[in-house]
Structures are given as C-alpha cells and as structure tokens.
Design a protein around this ligand. Sequence first.
Ligand SMILES: [Zn+2]
Length: 445
Amino acid sequence: MKIFYLILFLSVSSLSIHAQSAILIKNINVWDGTSTDLHTNIDVLIEDNLIIDVAKNIKTPKGASIIDGSGKTLIPGLSDAHVHLALTMGMSTIRNEADWMYTAVRAAKSAENFLMLGFTTVRDLGGPSFGIKKAVDEGLIPGPRIYPSGAFISQTSGHGDSRNRNEPSTYWSGNQMHSIDALGWSYVVDGETEVLKASRENLRKGATQLKVMAGGGIDSEFDPIHSIQFTSKELEAAVQAAADWDTYVAVHIYNPKGAIRALEAGVKCLDHGHLINEDVVKLIKEKDAWLVPQTFWTTAPTDFWAPGMDEIPPRLQKKLTPVLEGTVHAMNLAKEYGINIGFGTDAYGSLGFEELALTEFTARTRWFTPLEILKQATSENARLLSLSGETNPYTEGTLGVIKKGAYADLLIYDSNPLENIEVIVNYEKHLKLIMKNGKIYKNEL
Ligand SMILES: [Zn+2]
C-alpha cells in the first residue's frame, strides 16, 4: 500500500513539474524567421517559456495540451524597434496637463495594444518605460518584452528640449528640472560632462541602449530639420558611456550631415534617416550600422500628425513635407546598398495609433518582398536588439526565430503571410493565436 502511494505521489509530482505547462502545436506550417519558405506539417513543443523542439511527429508529452495547427501558419512574434509606450499623448499635454499616474496607466494600455497586434518585443526609444517593463516582466500587465532607453538625451534647443517659449533654461534657473523631465522624459544637457551624466543616469535605471537626439525633429518647435545637434565630442561621450555598459547609442536624425557626424562618433543605429544621401548609406554599410526608417509616414492619416485636428498646422507641415519627400530616395539607396534595416514605426501620440505600426508592413512592399519585411520585423530586429550586449535583459532564449531554445514568442495566422503581407495587417481577421513567453494571450483556434 505504501509503495502504491509513493508511485502515485511521484507520478503526480513529476506531472506538475514537467508536463502541465507543456503545449504541443501539431501539424502546422512554420516560418522560422530566417528561411525562404515554410516548413510544412511541423510540430512545435513548448515547455514553460521556451520552445524545446521543432520537428515532425513529436511524441506528445504526458499531460501536454495540444493545439491543432492544420492549415495554419506559425511565425515568430513580431518586434517594433521604435516605439514610445509612454507617449500616448502630445508632449505638451503630458508636460502641462496630464497627471503622471494617468500617463502611466495609458502607457500600460499601449503596451497591451502592441502585444495584441502581434508585437511580442519592442524597443522603446524614449520616455519613462522602465516601470512598464518591470510590470510586464512580473506578469502584472500584458505587454511585449521591452528594451527601454529611458529619457531622451537632447542638447539645449534640440529635439528633446520641450520647454515652452517662456520657460527659462535650467542653466539660468538654479538647475531646477521641469517636474516631468525629472520623471525621466528628457535630459536637456550640454557638454561632454553633462552628456556622460545623462547617459549614466539612464544606464543606472536600466536602459538597454541610449537614445540621443542628433538633429532637427518634426514635432518640436524650435529646432529646424537641417540643424545638427550635439558636437562630435558630445556624441562620443554618449557612445563611450554606452560602450562601457557593453551597449550602443541610437540617434534621432533626418539630415545627412548629422547622420555622418553620429556614425563617425560610433553611433550604431540611425532612426528615421529620411533625408540621408549616398555618402551616409555607404558609411552605414562600412560601419555595419543600422537604419530604422518609417515608410508608412508617407501615407499616414492627418490625425497621426495632428491628433484631433482636421488639418496639419502650417508650422508642422513645413517641417513634415521635406521629410516625407525624402523617404523614397533614402529607401531606394538603403535597398540598393543592402544595409541593415530594422523594423521600427514610431507610431505614437494617441492610444490606438499602435495599429498604424502594422501599416509599415504594407508601406515597405514598395521596396521589399513579404519575406524580407517579415525578416526585418523578426530575426533582423533581434540582431539589432542583440547590440545591447551584456545589458540585454532577455538572454534565456533566442528572439525572433522559431527553433529549439528560442523564447516561446509566436503567432499563428489562418493563412500564409509570405504570400500576402496583408495577413499581418488584417490581424483581427487572420491572427488566431498570440503566445509570449509561453503564455497564450489570444486563442481563436
Ligand atoms: Zn521616436
């Protein structure tokens, strides 16, 4: 009798340790994130948060739950390398009107929105997203894996200097930061010493890469698009601080002169880059750096640029027009030279704008095949994210691929997105299952 109970106990306890969290997805067509085509009728076995086998006819582990994937396509979770989870309102609203707890709740909602579109990983390129990342990782709220940058690092008058016209510089006002900047929105700094301090402050809080404003922006009032921001020495200071943490700097830049200065200072990633020329693209290639452009901007609705307005205000339009007009030329060059291209959308400014991130898939078909675009949004982005080296918070599994030892971040669609990228865009119709870290967030199978 005693032996009977012992055997019962052992079998029950081994079940609870090993089998209960196993999920076997059977007979599914798999795109693994790198191959040129689907692998048909494959089984994928997930245990806890990892994929532990991808093969034909995997034996069902005891107690595993089974998902029948017949006729469906399984791909790695998508990633967006340029989001601002905390920027769900205009910067002036956040600064001057919104309660910061309200702003945080909206950021949590934005994180959930991204996940439910199929984005299981995002790189947050500015704004206080450390707390959101922590809450997601702890399972308090649904959201993607987050690679946070922390506060924008901007020079006085730069793209991250969001003071209003009558607000004095901290230099003349006893070094009192605006309360919102003190919460980690933007560090407005000048000179190598201050750049180092801002960089190290972000790294201390958990930044996985740094975001530096290297040239004029669209929705900032005082910095023309052609302006170059930060001297070479200042940029090198940020690059050095990042490198000492084994990570890298990404910059906001449109104009070519600022892009070249940044690359020569050791910056690894140019975000936007819509006005770059052949010299810049050659230098990106030579330095094995990255470009993260936003091609959907050329077709984005007015509401995206001017939320709640019928028309884009002339001041904004004046800055926007050349950037949009440069996009095609920049992308033609990027394609021609075969540089590293990340998938990042910068789809921020209002809750619901996350959906615009999916329109980037459509917009890129002008230059790339669905396969190339899907690689950019999965395995290529994973390569970009891995530049964060020792600061990378997600090293238990591989990201952006479906293979043994990868994180169980995966999506199941009812048809093949390699044949038609609109399958990804029309997610409400086609996206049937979302799994992140082994946990299912949507299941219509
Ligand atoms: Zn941005």
